[in-house]
Design a protein around this ligand. Sequence first.
Ligand SMILES: NC(=O)c1ccc[n+]([C@@H]2O[C@H](COP(=O)([O-])OP(=O)(O)OC[C@H]3O[C@@H](n4cnc5c(N)ncnc54)[C@H](OP(=O)(O)O)[C@@H]3O)[C@@H](O)[C@H]2O)c1
Length: 264
Amino acid sequence: MRLGFIGCGNMAKAIIQGILAKGLVAPEDILASNTTQAHADATAAALGIQATTDNTRVAGESDIVFLSVKPQQYESVIDQVKDNLHECQIVVSIAPGKTLAWLSDKIARPVKLVRAMPNTPAVVGEGITTFCVGDLTTPEDTKIVKELLESFGLAIELKESLMDAASAVGGSTPAFAYMFIEALADGGVAEGLPREQARTIAAQAVLGSAKMVLESGKHPAQLKDEVCSPGGSTIAGVQELECGAFDGTTMSAVQATVAKARSL
Ligand SMILES: NC(=O)c1ccc[n+]([C@@H]2O[C@H](COP(=O)([O-])OP(=O)(O)OC[C@H]3O[C@@H](n4cnc5c(N)ncnc54)[C@H](OP(=O)(O)O)[C@@H]3O)[C@@H](O)[C@H]2O)c1
C-alpha cells in the first residue's frame, strides 16, 4: 500500500509518525509534498520517507491520498491534482468543514472519498480520528482506512451530519487540553512548585483522568465526586472553576470551533 500526503505540516507529520511507529507501511512507500524543495528535503530527512514538491506525483502514485494542506488551500490543490486521480484510489480529506459533497463537486470525477478529522496526539499513538465515507467507498475500502487510522489511536465512523461537532471535540481538544495543563502548572508554580515538575504532575494527572473516563465506564461527574471529599480542598477548587464558568466556557469554545470550521 502506497500512501501520499499532499501537504506535510504538523498534522500529516503526526499521522506519518504514528503509522511508521506501528510499522503498518514502510517509509519508502510514503510520499509527501511540500511547497519548497528545502521543506521537502527536511520532511524526507526528519521522517525517512520520500518527499517532493510535485503534488501531481503524489496524487498519481498513491493508493491512498491524504489532502493535508490548510482548508483555504484545498480548492487550488484539488484543481491542480484532480486529473491525476483515478477511481481505484481512496482520497482522504482531513480539513474541517469540507463536506463530502463539496469534495466530490471540486474533484469532479468518481473517486472513493473519506472525510476524516484526526488530531495531533496521533504522533504518540493516542489520536482520535472521526470519519465518514462517500458513496463510492466500499466496505473493504472503509476497513482499510479504519485500520490505517487505528494505527495511531482510536478511529470512529460517524454519520456526516455529526462530523463538525466531532471534529471540534476531537481535532481541537488537544489545544484546549494543553491550555488547561499549562494553567494547572502555572497554579502549581504560583504555589512554589518548580516549573518542570509542575508541568509533569499536571500532564500526568490529566492523562490518568482521561484513562479513568475511558476505562472505568463511570460518568465523569461520578469520578469527579469521588475526588471531592465533603468539606475538602478539591471541592473548594471545583467551586472556583464553577465561579469562572468553566463548563459554560468550554461548551462555548466547542460551539465557536464548530461555527468557524463551517465557515472555512
Ligand atoms: N494541526 C492539527 O491539530 C489538525 C488537526 C486536525 C486536522 N487538521 C487539518 O490538517 C490540515 C493541515 O493542517 P496542519 O496543522 O498540518 O497545517 P500546517 O502545519 O500549516 O501544514 C500545511 C502543510 O501544507 C503544505 N502546503 C501548503 N500549500 C501547499 C501546496 N500548494 N502544495 C503542497 N503542500 C502545500 C505546507 O508546506 P510548506 O511547509 O512547504 O509550506 C505545510 O507543510 C488542515 O486542513 C487542518 O485543518 C489539523
